[in-house]
Design a binder for this molecule. Structure first.
Ligand code: C2E
Ligand code: CA
Ligand code: CA
Ligand code: CA
Length: 266
């Protein structure tokens, strides 16, 4: 039994070691990714019932020369730990604002919005609010068409400071969506203090919303909560017509998911 135990431990050791090596390698490669033009933005449509294009969520991809497309689920945590998310996140906002500005000259695109994911690390930087203000000014993007997606984890430390930063951004006209709602810390008490415009129902609840009683109860209560707080609500991860119809029948008119379009370059 002892031998088996030792073998188990060394097996896990080498596995962890391999992960650490992988992490260090990726971090080093990520350092050059921006300068080497390996980061690309994909855009996934957001739709209002019945078929109106509202805009897109901006989703990062890393086009690695040897590894192919690396998922943000893999490299965002590395970017956050190494603080590389600061220059990367800034670049994403710049790209989004340049797109919004370019869309202004066409009536078919001038009202489309872009939703950009923002990491807590970006909010920890004192200059974040000024940075966004400068980018808006430099590009000429209409601030109301820029939507920042934040998660509940933002509230883990110093919610007062975060709220103040969000208020300053909101007074510029920038909008906020609370992403992955329902999966994080239960911060219901902060919900009405936060300057939010939208709640995004996490895809894990949408997944079985038509067949799983618990999920349908959760989604119904999130929709009710959004209504009560006078917030817009959008469902992500909508893959089937059944899910879309269930949501529409329960008061959620805004959708994002493979049913309407995958993230892609535009
Ligand atoms: P997220 O913000 O929750 O984004 C939604 C994820 O769901 C995306 O994964 C999207 O491709 C995927 N998705 C969309 N529709 C469907 C669907 O119908 N079914 C299923 N199964 N999945 C769907 P993606 O693009 O791999 O991004 C993963 C996460 O990486 C994002 O989750 C977000 O947290 C993070 N991320 C992506 N881009 C950025 C960025 O620019 N900055 C930061 N800080 N994080 C980012
Ligand atoms: Ca998001
Ligand atoms: Ca999400
Ligand atoms: Ca998510």
């Amino acid at each position: 039994a002892k031998l088996r135990g030792e073998r188990r431990i060394s097996f896990f050791d080498s596995e962890i070691q391999a992960q650490v090596v992988q992490h260090v390698l990726l971090e080093e490669e990520l350092r050059n990714a921006l300068a080497e033009n390996q980061l690309v933005l994909y855009y996934q449509p957001q739709i209002r019932k019945p078929n109106q294009l509202l805009g897109y969520e901006v989703l990062l991809r890393w086009r690695h020369p040897e590894r192919g497309i690396v998922s943000p689920a893999v490299f965002i945590p590395i970017a956050e730990q190494s603080r590389l998310i600061l220059p990367i996140g800034r670049w994403v906002i710049e790209q989004a604002c340049e797109k919004l500005a370019a869309w202004q000259s066409e009536p078919t695109t001038s009202e489309l919005s872009l939703a950009v994911n923002v990491s807590i690390i970006q909010f920890q930087s004192n200059s974040f609010v000024e940075q966004v203000g400068q980018i808006l000014e430099k590009t000429g993007a209409p601030p109301r068409l820029l939507k920042l997606e934040v998660t509940e984890s933002l509230l883990m430390n110093d919610p007062e400071r975060i709220t103040e930063m969000m208020n300053r951004l909101r007074s510029m006209g920038v909008r906020f969506s609370l992403d992955d709602f329902g999966t994080g810390y239960s911060s219901m008490s902060y919900l009405n203090q936060l300057p939010l415009d939208q709640i995004k129902i996490d895809q894990s609840f949408i997944n079985e919303v038509t067949s799983n009683l618990a999920n349908s109860a959760i989604v119904e209560s999130i929709i009710g909560l959004a209504k009560g707080l006078n917030l817009e609500v959008i469902a992500e991860g909508v893959e089937t017509e059944e899910q879309r119809d269930w949501l529409a029948n329960h008061g959620c008119q805004n959708f994002q998911g493979y049913l309407f379009g995958r993230p892609e370059e535009i």
